[in-house]
Design a protein around this ligand. Structure first.
Ligand code: MG
Length: 380
């Protein structure tokens, strides 16, 4: 039995994780969850899975049929991450944004296996998180489809023989639009992802291709591969979830149906496979297309490589500027292309050069930069 704590239980990854638990009650038990503003769903899931500890992230009145330990807000998330009673505990981090970083650190300190869907954890605090993982000897397993695919392609192989990782990108909601046509796109257009159904922030990040930039940074930290050996490629069908090329020219690819239950299930059971929840991929008649992913068309991808190579707190600056800019776009305060402008201005600024890369600095700088940008462009 594995004992699960699910941070972000009501979101896309959270509910799909709970689907797997529901079908496999002899394997998994939910001990904790954090829930957000969807009160109806939150109460339904709490009553169904009856966790011992619940973190409410929004203040609303509730009435439960039993008495779990109740905690609140960001400090509550840390209590959820620290809560520990069982032998084989797993922390599924499906939070959105910077709020995911500290709970990951606390869950590592509580010796939980980390199943990570929260990208910002590794983008903003990658080197720090890696140190904690090493120090506390826990496993950090990716949930994202691309990293899950790379993890599979690396099984049984020698890391020294890896020539490059090739991360695939669907192209996001605007893949058929020219740069010029992006000037007037709306929030509703951006939220229509052609292949995947996901939360609002990650869908916008996919449209700008920042999501792919984040995945490059995450891949670097997860697999300890230098940035020079991490490439991206446009693959509109999203069937090949990612690939690893070896020195002898062999490319291993992981293919599958477009269903996040597969990578979630792999992460929860890693290194074992047992996925009967998803329908098998039909290879007959399958056509796969690969194209170059242009940095001119998708500057955010270039910004991610730039910030990553600049190092220090720059990936955290990249993440914070993006988090604020996407929020502004979702609040109808800025047009789509201004997201790029806001990020570029911050990551090219030399003022962050001398800030030491520590956990405290990453957290405080991220929060102050997010607030500063929201105030400047949002006027509130
Ligand atoms: Mg992905």
């Amino acid at each position: 039995m594995r004992y699960l704590y699910i941070a972000g239980a009501c979101g896309s990854i959270g509910t799909q994780t709970l689907d797997i638990v529901r079908e496999n009650k002899n394997e998994f038990k939910v001990i904790g969850m954090s829930v957000g503003k969807n009160k109806e769903l939150a109460i339904k899931l709490i009553e169904e899975f009856k966790p011992e500890i619940v973190c409410f992230r929004e203040g609303y009145a509730y009435d439960l049929s039993y008495n779990p330990k109740i905690v609140f807000g960001d400090s509550g998330l840390l209590e959820l991450a620290s809560y520990s009673k069982y032998p084989d505990e797993v922390f599924v981090n499906a939070l959105v944004g910077m709020s995911g970083l500290m709970p990951t650190i606390y869950a590592i300190k509580a010796l939980k296996t980390i199943c990570l869907a929260n990208k910002e954890t590794l983008v903003a605090g990658g080197d720090i998180v890696r140190e904690y993982v090493k120090k506390y000897k826990v496993s950090l397993v990716p949930i994202d489809s691309e990293h899950s695919a790379i993890l599979e392609c690396l099984q049984g192989e020698n890391q020294d023989e890896v020539k490059r990782l090739i991360i695939t990108a669907s192209g996001g909601s605007f893949r058929n639009k020219t740069k010029e046509e992006l000037r007037d796109v709306t929030k509703a257009d951006a939220l229509k992802h052609p292949n995947w159904s996901m939360g609002a922030k990650i869908t916008i990040d996919s449209a700008t291709m920042m999501n792919k930039g984040f995945e490059v940074i995450e891949a670097h930290h997860l697999f300890d591969i230098p940035y020079e050996k991490i490439d991206t490629i446009l693959h509109p069908e999203s069937i090949v979830h990612s690939m690893v090329e070896y020195e002898d020219g062999v490319i291993k690819a992981s293919l599958g149906t477009i269903d996040m239950h597969i990578p979630i299930s792999y992460a929860l059971r890693y290194p074992k496979h047992k996925v009967l929840e998803s329908k098998p991929l039909n290879l007959i008649g399958l056509k796969l297309e690969f194209k170059e992913l242009s940095i001119d068309r998708y500057p955010c991808l270039g910004f991610a490589y730039y910030a990553a190579k600049r190092g220090g707190v720059y990936p955290a600056v990249l993440n914070a500027a993006n988090e604020a800019a996407v929020q502004l776009f979702l609040d109808d305060k800025i047009p789509f292309l201004t997201i790029e402008d806001i990020i570029e201005k911050e990551i090219k600024d030399d003022k962050y050069e001398n800030i030491p890369y520590t956990l405290e600095n990453v957290v405080s700088l991220s929060h102050s930069l997010i607030n500063e940008i929201l105030l400047k462009y949002g006027g509130e």
